[in-house]
Design a protein around this ligand. Structure first.
Ligand code: NI
Length: 132
């Protein structure tokens, strides 16, 4: 999408939907989407082969399990924290409480990556929805 020509209040954007694990695109930067999502519980193991994925925790707490060459570990992002999952790294986000996140990734990037485990019913497979 092209960037909106007026400012977007993230609080209003987040108040406009209730679905979990179903990102909304709030603006764009060059070839990247800026997305916000409400998350709670488990996502699924997946990998983006061609792009890093940037996370900013707006509220709540996000855990991201990572499968790295040295083994598996989990990073914990409290509110206000940022983290970038490197391309090619299998990861599985998890939120122990209702959490709001902002994501930065190339337009067209799927929420479940290029390879993934079976998708549970509560996870939306999408490249991001437009705000209404
Ligand atoms: Ni991902």
């Amino acid at each position: 999408m092209s960037a909106p020509t007026e400012p977007v209040a993230l609080s209003a954007a987040l108040a406009s939907f209730t679905e979990r694990w179903s990102p909304r695109i709030v603006t764009a930067v060059n070839d990247y989407d800026v997305r916000v999502a409400k998350v709670e519980g488990e996502h699924l193991w997946h990998v983006h082969d061609h792009t890093d994925e940037f996370f900013l925790v707006l509220d709540g707490e996000l855990h991201i399990a990572l499968r790295e060459a040295a083994g598996e570990r989990t990073v914990v992002l409290p509110r206000g924290s940022v983290f970038t999952v490197p391309r090619g790294t299998e990861h599985k986000p998890y939120a122990p409480v209702p959490t709001e996140i902002l994501l930065l990734e190339p337009t067209g990037t799927s929420t479940v990556g290029d390879r993934h485990d079976e998708v549970p019913d509560h996870v939306d497979v999408t490249t991001g929805h437009a705000l209404r």
